[in-house]
Ligand binder design. Structure first.
Ligand code: 2AM
Length: 218
């Protein structure tokens, strides 16, 4: 019937439970609050501002972007390559509406975005389009050589005029670089610098985030 032919969503993904959104949002805010006070960060402040004599308030610098989620497939209402194939995949249909536990293993910050890296289980990888990292090669050289699922992330905020699609690209870029030097041992974990304003905090204790696999129409 006509309902079956209705448009595809903007994207499929795992949507964090609201209590978990609060927890993750607070952890991210605490991280940003601490990061911009560290000497190690201030030494590289020019990456974030053209007026390096000024301080940067990272909490103000980034704007939040709606419900916290980890996109699996961006469908663009059917206009994206592979959108209808993804929606028809039996695993996608079977898992639709199911609850998963995502493991957040790192937080990362660049002059464009702030996000959380998601480490997918084998079961979760079945919902991850296998060509994601290969298709990212044009934007981020080296992506195709990374393990499948490397792009999995949650956008926590974007700088002014930056679209959330940038967060996954920023993560991939960090992952293609040699491991950065540890600049600070923070309570949450080791903070590494990757040059050009790119920071990654490997969490000592991954954050376990309950999330529902579903889709967003907007
Ligand atoms: P995000 O997954 O990094 O947050 C709506 O714009 C959602 O789809 C956002 O969550 C966004 O980024 C994601 N998105 C937008 N364009 C995309 C693209 N070309 N590829 C993958 N994800 C995209």
């Amino acid at each position: 019937g006509p309902l079956n032919e209705t448009s595809l969503p903007l994207y499929f993904g795992w949507f964090l439970f609201s209590s978990v959104q609060d927890k993750v949002g607070c952890t991210a805010m605490d991280f940003l609050k601490t990061l911009d006070t560290l000497e190690g960060f201030k030494n590289h402040i020019a990456d974030f501002t053209e007026q390096p004599e000024k301080e940067v308030d990272l909490e103000q610098y980034f704007e939040t972007k709606g419900i916290l989620h980890c996109t699996t497939k961006f469908c663009d209402y059917g206009k994206a390559d592979g959108a209808s194939e993804y929606a028809k995949n039996p695993v996608v249909k079977k898992c639709y509406g199911s609850v998963f536990e995502l493991s957040l293993t790192a937080l990362f910050v660049t002059p464009r975005t702030v996000g959380a890296r998601v480490c997918l289980t084998d079961e979760q990888l079945k919902l991850w389009p296998a060509d994601t990292e290969k298709e990212s090669e044009a934007d981020v050289p080296g992506s195709a050589a990374l393990p499948v699922g490397s792009r999995a992330h949650i956008t926590l905020g974007c700088a002014k005029d930056v679209e959330p699609v940038q967060t996954g690209l920023d993560l991939l870029q960090i992952l293609t670089l040699p491991t950065g030097e540890v600049v600070e041992e923070m309570e949450l974990g080791s903070l590494r610098y990757y040059g050009e304003g790119r920071w990654m905090l490997d969490l000592r204790e991954p954050i376990c985030a309950a999330a529902c696999f579903s889709s967003f129409y907007g």
